[in-house]
Design a protein around this ligand. Structure first.
Ligand SMILES: *[C@@H]1O[C@H](CO)[C@@H](O)[C@H](O)[C@H]1NC(C)=O
Ligand SMILES: *[C@@H]1O[C@H](CO)[C@@H](O)[C@H](O)[C@H]1NC(C)=O
Ligand SMILES: *[C@@H]1O[C@H](CO)[C@@H](O)[C@H](O)[C@H]1NC(C)=O
Ligand SMILES: *[C@@H]1O[C@H](CO)[C@@H](O)[C@H](O)[C@H]1NC(C)=O
Ligand SMILES: [Cu+2]
Length: 359
């Protein structure tokens, strides 16, 4: 047991004692050791690409907690040739800016060969994600989902199981080269590099086992770098209940539009018979792309698998990509909208070119 583990278990005892009598669950402290290093990965079947993994594995682990829990992550940078960091996306980090991972803004990069310990308090419920916040590095693979369970949540008891899914985009080049293409005199409009493939759960053709007559809470997070995606399930509708860590009134949707960093949770009720399997499709919004790379896989399919012995049907083309309008979502917290403004000021923001012509 390392000294930090011993200290943290004492803190966990203290935290549990403080919680005693006030809550039905006790806050837990978990300790993780993350050695961040290069691995090879080929999620789109094109070729093995150098990819940033954790403890020799990729995709990197999902972080799972319950509101009030604390997680201590000892990060060691094994990358050898580049610095790194971790950012816990969506958490307020009130008073703990230096744990926020934004390199050059709130913390220094973790240099090759050195370590940094993150001490994260998961005080907000919902679906989040974590990723490198050093240049464009998370596009090289250092990105994963975070789930913070909410025992007092408004939908507790209304679903049988939880399914966590990511959508993302995959580039065939490393982020350093992509940033060079983006901020470049040859690219005065600032057109973003276009990804080669869409992924669900950092792979393609994922099979998601489901059972009949069950309600699943699906937590969906876009951990991609650039592409917003349209997401739908054939033969099933979605009842949205969370967006970006905020519980919402239930809202029926057939298709979602999810941008990088955005999260949705929705309830899906399965069918009563297991006679067929159903496609889930995630389609990158091609209107974002300046050019479509040769051989791009802009759509990715997964399946709700009721019966593994039955075929996995090809998805049907959709005539119109028409997604749920998230402005219609209503938060359950009932906070009134501010009714007046005391003082307002305007900020003008524009894309422009530097003196050397780069955007
Ligand atoms: C860093 O190492 C990886 C893995 O060996 C390699 O693919 C990548 O090109 C290197 N990056 C730089 C900037 O040297
Ligand atoms: C942040 O923390 C301070 C000090 O504990 C507290 O006074 C403040 O209300 C917190 N802010 C938010 C938004 O929670
Ligand atoms: C999808 O990825 C998440 C990790 O974010 C994992 O918890 C889940 O089990 C994966 N789903 C399947 C069907 O493999
Ligand atoms: C992706 O799916 C949409 C909806 O069915 C379709 O319009 C589009 O042509 C597909 N894209 C590709 C490259 O197959
Ligand atoms: Cu983020």
């Amino acid at each position: 047991m390392s000294p930090s583990r011993r200290i943290s278990s004492w803190l966990a005892v203290a935290a549990a004692l403080l919680n005693f009598g006030t809550a039905t669950t006790q806050a837990e402290t978990t300790v993780k050791d993350f050695r961040i290093g290069w691995v090879l990965a080929n999620p789109d079947g094109a070729f093995n690409k150098p990819t940033i993994g954790v403890n020799g594995e990729w995709p990197i682990p999902q972080l799972t907690a319950t509101v009030g829990d604390r997680m201590i992550i000892n990060v060691h940078n094994d990358l050898g040739n580049t610095s790194t960091s971790l950012h816990f996306h969506g958490f307020f980090q009130n008073g703990t800016n230096y744990m926020d991972g934004a390199v050059g803004v709130t913390q220094c990069a973790i240099a090759p060969g050195s370590s940094f310990t993150y001490d994260i308090h998961f005080d907000q419920p919902g679906t989040y994600w974590y990723h490198s916040h050093n240049g464009g590095q998370y596009m090289d693979g250092l990105r994963g989902a975070i789930v913070v369970h909410d025992p007092a949540g408004p939908y507790e008891g209304q679903y049988d199981e939880e399914i966590v899914l990511s959508v993302s985009d995959w580039y065939h080049e490393l982020s350093g080269a992509l940033i060079d293409q983006l901020i470049n005199v040859e690219n005065p409009t600032g057109a973003e590099p276009v990804p080669q493939a869409a992924l669900i759960n950092d792979t393609q053709n994922l099979q998601i086992p489901v059972q009949t007559d069950k309600t699943y809470l699906v937590r969906l997070v876009n951990i991609g770098g650039f592409a917003a995606q349209y997401v739908w399930f054939e033969g099933h509708s979605m009842r949205i209940v969370e967006v970006d860590g905020v519980w919402t009134e239930p809202a029926e949707a057939d298709m979602l539009y999810i941008t990088p960093a955005q999260r949705y949770s929705f309830l899906v009720t399965t069918r009563s018979d297991a006679s067929a399997n159903f496609a889930m499709v995630s389609a990158m919004d091609e209107e974002l792309f300046d050019v479509i790379p040769e051989g791009q896989n802009s759509n990715v399919t997964a399946w709700l698998v009721y019966d593994a012995a039955k075929p996995l049907p090809e998805p049907q083309p959709v005539d119109e990509l028409e997604a749920f309008d998230d402005f219609e979502l209503v938060p359950v917290d009932g906070l009134p909208i501010f009714d007046h403004v005391d003082h307002s000021f305007s900020l003008e923001v524009q894309m422009d070119n530097l003196r050397d012509g780069a955007n």
